[in-house]
Ligand binder design. Structure first.
Ligand code: ATP
Ligand code: MG
Length: 397
């Protein structure tokens, strides 16, 4: 996989003359993650160009926008040639596009890291190869594989497309055959066939459903210089497959285990930038769900809730600048604003809150913004969250 620092050169800011000294950072994708990266980077003197197929994506408000598909070779070349370095905020780009950019400029994270994160099957094999625990799973390329897989895994299971899943899309849940067979459940080939069809008959994996105590994730980062940092492990609550609430605090008993996993993954991939890993907590231990090779929704709390946000730290990591402190500023939580926005004035009247609106057109199931709330102790955080949950509709409701 090579040494990312050895593969490409990022110009140094110090001593640059005749142009703004900050760097020109290219970003593949221009959604809210790009917008928040841009806001952090512009504040540090850099400028941005985002490649995104949308007409006016959120990030267009903080940089130049190239409106193009992710396989538009001419646009990708332009991004690679005009910028000092390239990163991404959307990982589901064609491998050929990632390689095209990487052939011309530094692409961080690398195409190799992207390839692992893009395919649930390769990702699971990669984790297993590092000795990390994943939920029992089988490869699915046909209805027959589902029928056999359900029997093999035992209990309830979940069928997921290998590629392009997000926010719970590209998934079908299959009930425990022991309970459902007499009702024509997934023990029944008809049920397996409809699950297969519901996902469009594409390569998939079938995973055993985990009866988790909670879901957690870790946002970690590695700089071009090899320096590594990890944010505190956070607890995530999903609603209809979409992240609803993240809570961050110091001293989670699983912090060290999550940190070891993240560092093992980053070192193996010679990773540069922010990497997020999602886990289920089962019987007090971590079971890896998946990773995202980018800044992540479960790290949004760090914007205002940690000494250095995940966005600023991602930019620092790309440049090889010293990484910032990842400590939380007290007890912190984030709630996503999905589908429609609440009244900002009512939200901001709750102490410790900050309001983030991505400037998107409201639509059912769409992430429009988020709210962070900080508090001096766990009890006051919970009471502030109670107030906020009274004002904000959970995803899918
Ligand atoms: P996102 O991109 O939003 O993180 P995703 O579409 O990539 O989500 P997953 O993270 O795999 O998909 O699944 C979404 C949610 O569905 C999980 O956060 C979890 O709540 C539930 N889920 C997924 N797999 C399992 C499993 N094996 N057992 C129990 N719950 C699961
Ligand atoms: Mg997920």
């Amino acid at each position: 996989m090579g040494d990312a620092e050895g593969q490409c050169e990022v110009p140094r800011v110090e001593g640059r003359t005749g142009e703004p000294a900050g760097l020109h950072i290219g970003v593949i994708g221009g959604g809210q993650l790009g917008q928040m990266l841009g806001l952090a980077g512009v504040a540090m003197g850099h400028r941005f160009t985002f490649l995104d197929p949308a007409f006016e994506p959120p990030a267009a408000s903080v940089g130049r926008h190239i409106q193009a598909e992710f396989d538009d070779t001419e646009a990708l070349e332009r991004l690679a040639v005009e910028c000092d370095l390239v990163t991404l905020e959307f990982e589901n780009i064609p491998q050929a596009s990632a390689e095209r950019v990487a052939a011309r400029n530094c692409l961080m994270p690398s195409p190799a890291a992207l390839a692992v994160a893009q395919d649930r099957l390769e990702e699971k094999q990669f984790f297993e190869g590092l000795g990390l625990t994943v939920a029992p799973w089988v490869q699915v390329d046909s209805v027959r594989d589902i029928v056999q897989g359900v029997a093999h895994l035992g209990g309830a299971s979940i069928l997921k497309t290998r590629r392009f899943g997000y926010d719970g899309k590209g998934q079908v849940r299959l009930a425990d055959p022991a309970h459902a067979a007499h009702e024509g459940g997934p023990g029944n080939p008809g049920e397996a066939a409809s699950a297969w069809e519901a996902l469009g008959g594409v390569p998939a994996v079938l995973e055993k459903m985990q009866h988790f105590e909670r879901e957690v994730s870790i946002v970690a980062l590695r700089s071009r210089s090899g320096e590594q940092r990890v944010y505190p492990l956070v607890t995530n609550v999903h609603h209809h497959g979409i992240l609803w609430q993240t809570t961050a605090h110091r001293g989670d008993p699983l912090q060290a285990e999550a940190e070891r996993a993240a560092k093992r993954v980053m070192e193996k991939l010679d990773y540069v930038g922010v990497l997020t890993i999602e886990f289920f907590v089962v019987d007090g231990r971590l079971v890896i769900n998946e990773m995202a090779p980018r800044v992540h929704n479960s790290g949004h709390w760090s914007l205002g809730g940690a000494c250095t946000s995940q966005f600023e730290n991602h930019v620092r990591a790309l440049l090889g600048w010293p990484l910032g402190d990842t400590d939380p500023l007290g007890e912190v939580a984030m709630l996503n604003l999905v589908g429609r926005l609440p009244d900002p004035e009512a939200v901001l009247a709750v102490p410790g809150t900050s309001w983030h609106d991505y400037g998107k057109t409201p639509r059912a199931g769409r992430k429009l913004g988020h709210v962070t709330v900080t508090a001096p102790d766990a009890n006051s955080l919970e009471s502030r969250l109670d107030q906020l949950r009274g004002l904000i509709t959970p995803p899918g409701d």
